[in-house]
Design a protein around this ligand. Structure first.
Ligand SMILES: [Zn+2]
Length: 689
């Protein structure tokens, strides 16, 4: 029975690689994957599964790099790593630890937790090892055929989803744990786990070998396949040709596993329909509970963070659970968008320094767009709710000064130094490649449908790109994307890219939305508030609640809208006090010299409590002079500010009253549901909620 199981598992993995390699040319990709000759690659692609496994074993024995994970001190958050590096004929062996991890475009202090780095030969004799840079060491093998590199890792960084260990588990994301030699990056890898406490199990996208070790085709696969080792709950299911696992640490979280399986299946099917396939035969949803929020995509797995209450809400299908499904949908869509279809600048990964691309607005923004859209298509988000969310996103894009300062291309390129390094001035200088990128993809989707009378869409473009730019190739550029859009729409998109992607022009969504029977309008007198910047990659821990109070651009010259008094600040609450979080560069507070971090004590000599600013300003008029008392560090300041006026209302999206047949057809094809029948629409209007 055991042998059969191994063969079955092996067979499915080989099949997965075959699926992927069919897109790139099977033999060359297998050669690259396993670092073998073309002749061996052809043999591997031809031989029956069990024989192919034997061939793999012989390759592994001669060329592999072996990583041994020691968990004897996991309870003290210390993990031992021993690496066997083949060193025959090598006089100078350089090893290093990556400076960042795929999925988060930020230089990390990964080496800060490294302890006791040492090297020896197979006889245990110490070898010379010298640190030459922040995370680089050079070893003199001194004739040894194999070099043993050993060190310990302090694993206490669960918030950034890199490495964490305690008495219940060890979570290890490869780029923050495993050193490598650049000269052996393409060598096959075997992972052996030692001293795991009794009862601990392993969950990972890596392939399980017959001897209990794990196999990675090369270092890139190793670091894109995190390991969750320990006590956890595991739920397994199958959709089409792929096996799925939901793994939840810590164990014992109460949830409706039947609903999870049904809802995950709907998401998988809705997203697979865009591309026509799932590019792996096995996929693992790793989930950490109670350690923050967010997620990171990996090759055939993801690591997500959520709360116990969100999973418990699966019994009632309430909002916290729906929020978790949003994270699932975002991370799973990355399986195609960025893990396979990758911008040229992100391939291959340069683990020592930043990989620059001006296309994160597609890699992340496109994933945000399709994550939410797939929930609608899967029937897990109501159409009305999704349409309302478009209005809120437009409101942000047309409100924040930063959207007029930084382009989507620049936001993508500067992710390393700006987006992932938050500051109080971001609202004035930056735009989110997540939220505005998603809005740009919405516009492209509906614009392609408008220009082609719904014969093509962004789905068509993404699938075409996925098929023409397989992983292992050069990746796609902005010109490739423009050319693909133009080929499928028989029209030019260059002006749009110049103005709205390379430039900072407002996204003109009106005509595109109207194609699907949706009207973008400025809704007077009901402030919806700014949509939080949805960033699945956001740091754990969360930010303090904030209330926004900011200027809004004039909606249109033809629409008369009342103005209301504005101070031009965003506040956050701290101990009941109103702390200035951001000062908008086009508002009166900015001109008056109010700074982020100031605490507003009084407005017109009366105490200002957190969350009450909008209410207090309701009774005032643009042009009114107000007196503020601020606490800046230990100093009390008195500042007079002349209030500005801003349009009283917010951007909103609604279905038109009398859609054409064409609009109904686009709506149904885009959202996966028919235009609501008149009766349903009447009922929804009566519903005050
Ligand atoms: Zn993402």
């Amino acid at each position: 029975m055991r042998c059969t199981g191994e063969l079955s598992r092996c067979g499915s993995v080989i099949q997965a690689e075959t699926n992927k390699n069919e897109r790139a040319g099977m033999s060359t990709d297998i050669a690259a994957l396993y670092n073998v000759s073309m002749r061996k690659a052809l043999l591997l692609s031809w031989l029956p599964c069990c024989v192919a496994c034997l061939s793999m074993t012989s390759i592994v024995q001669t060329e592999e790099v072996v990583y041994r994970i020691g968990l004897q001190d996991a309870h003290a958050q210390m993990v031992s790593i021993h690496i066997d590096l083949p060193a025959a004929g090598i006089e100078r062996l350089e090893v290093l630890l990556p400076a960042w991890r795929p999925g988060r475009y930020e230089i990390l202090d990964t080496v800060g937790g490294v302890r006791d780095v040492r090297a020896s030969d197979p006889h245990g004799e110490s070898l010379s090892i010298k640190k030459t840079a922040k995370a680089t060491w050079v070893i003199a093998p001194n004739g040894a055929e194999v070099v043993h590199l050993g060190y310990r890792i302090y694993a206490n960084s669960i918030g950034d989803r890199t490495r964490h260990a305690d008495s219940t588990h060890a979570f290890l994301s490869g780029s923050s744990v495993f050193m490598y030699s650049p000269s052996m990056r393409n060598a096959p890898v075997r992972v052996h786990i030692d001293h795991a406490p009794e009862g601990w199990e392993v969950a990972t996208g890596l392939r399980l070998l017959g001897n209990g070790d794990y196999f990675a085709a090369n270092y890139d696969v190793l670091v894109d396949s995190p390991l969750e080792i320990g006590l956890h709950d595991r739920y397994e299911f199958r959709v089409a040709d792929t096996d799925y696992e939901i793994v939840i640490w810590p164990p014992g979280i109460e949830l409706d596993s039947g609903r999870l399986e049904r809802d995950f299946t709907k998401i998988i099917e809705a997203q697979a329909a865009v591309f026509g396939e799932v590019p792996c035969s096995r996929y693992v949803f790793l989930t950490h509970v109670g350690v923050g929020g967010g997620g990171t995509e990996h090759l055939n797995s993801t690591i997500m963070q959520t709360s116990a209450s969100a999973l418990e809400a699966s019994f009632s299908n309430d909002d916290p659970y729906k929020g978790f499904l949003g994270l699932v949908a975002h991370e799973f869509f990355h399986t195609w968008n960025v893990k396979q279809l990758r911008p040229a600048g992100l391939h291959p990964y340069d683990y020592e320094r930043e990989n620059y691309t001006d296309l994160l607005w597609v890699a992340e923004g496109g994933t945000s767009y399709y994550g939410r859209l797939s929930l609608v298509r899967a029937g897990l988000t109501k159409e009305k709710s999704y349409i309302d969310s478009i209005g809120r996103a437009v409101n942000s894009e047309r409100t924040l000064p930063g959207a007029r300062v930084q382009s989507l291309a620049a936001s993508s390129f500067d992710a390393w130094t700006k987006f992932n390094k938050r500051s109080a001035d971001d609202v004035n200088s930056e735009v989110s490649f997540y939220s505005k990128g998603a809005l740009a993809c919405l516009l492209l989707d509906l614009e392609v449908r408008r220009r082609t009378e719904n014969r093509a869409s962004l789905d068509t473009v993404m699938r075409d790109m996925y098929e023409r730019f397989p992983l292992g190739g050069p990746g796609y550029t902005t010109d490739d994307l423009v050319a693909t859009l133009e080929r499928h729409s028989s029209s030019s998109f260059r002006r749009f890219f110049d103005d709205c992607i390379e430039g900072t022009q407002t996204l003109a969504l009106e005509a595109a939305l109207m194609t699907a029977g949706l009207e973008l309008w400025f809704k007077p007198g009901e402030k919806l508030g700014e949509e939080p910047d949805v960033k699945p990659e956001a740091e754990a821990g969360g930010e303090a609640d904030s209330v926004s109070e900011e200027d809004t651009k004039s909606p249109s010259s033809s629409q008369k809208v009342a103005l209301k008094a504005s101070l031009g600040v965003r506040l956050r609450s701290a101990g009941g006090g109103a702390i200035v979080q951001s000062v908008f560069s086009d508002g009166p507070a900015y001109k008056a010299g109010i700074l982020a971090g100031d605490e507003i004590i009084t407005l017109n000599r009366r105490r200002l409590r957190s969350g009450r600013l909008d209410k207090r300003l309701e009774r005032m008029q643009p042009g009114d002079l107000v007196t503020l008392h601020l606490l800046r560090r230990d100093e009390l300041l008195e500042i007079e500010v002349s209030l500005a006026g801003k349009p009283d209302g917010s951007w909103s999206v609604k279905r038109v009253d009398e859609p054409t047949d064409s609009q109904k057809a686009v709506y149904a094809d885009w959202l996966g549901h028919p235009w609501p029948a008149p009766k349903e629409k009447t009922e929804s209007i009566k519903d005050p909620r």
